[in-house]
Design a protein around this ligand. Sequence first.
Ligand code: OFO
Length: 162
Amino acid sequence: MLKKTIEQAFNEQMNKELASAYIYAAMAADFAVKNYNGFSRWMTAQAREEMAHAQKFYEFLLERGGRPLYDTLEKPQKSWDSVRAAFEHALRHEQFITKSIDELVNLARKEDDKAAEIFLQWFVTEQVEEEDSVETVLAKFELAGEDKRGLYLLDKELGSRE
Ligand code: OFO
């Protein structure tokens, strides 16, 4: 039986994953209206991944006899000063999510919930990848530069994300 503390914390995380999707979808829309279709495509893929993350929590809650509860999501920022500023925001957000997952692992240990702890291992690994993929894009800004030509090349490259 799922403890209430775990049920509540997992629901909070499910909503944080949905909020991540919302932020990245807003970034995708901002890029699209500015004609950065490659960056937009990359962020749309990112938003979809976040929906899949939320779904994992949803399914775990149901399988353990819990109740998934959808909460109000904060209105995301509408536009960013630059593409780089948006990716810097994404990195800060992923660092926040990593901290949140780490806290969930600590809670699962405290509550001696082995299934929750094992379930969270996937997210611990995933967060390493999440931070790394945004850091990689930021490093490319350093290489390509942020003038129009650099942005054009990066937009093209990121647009190839499946
Ligand atoms: Fe769900 O990993 Fe990003 O937020």
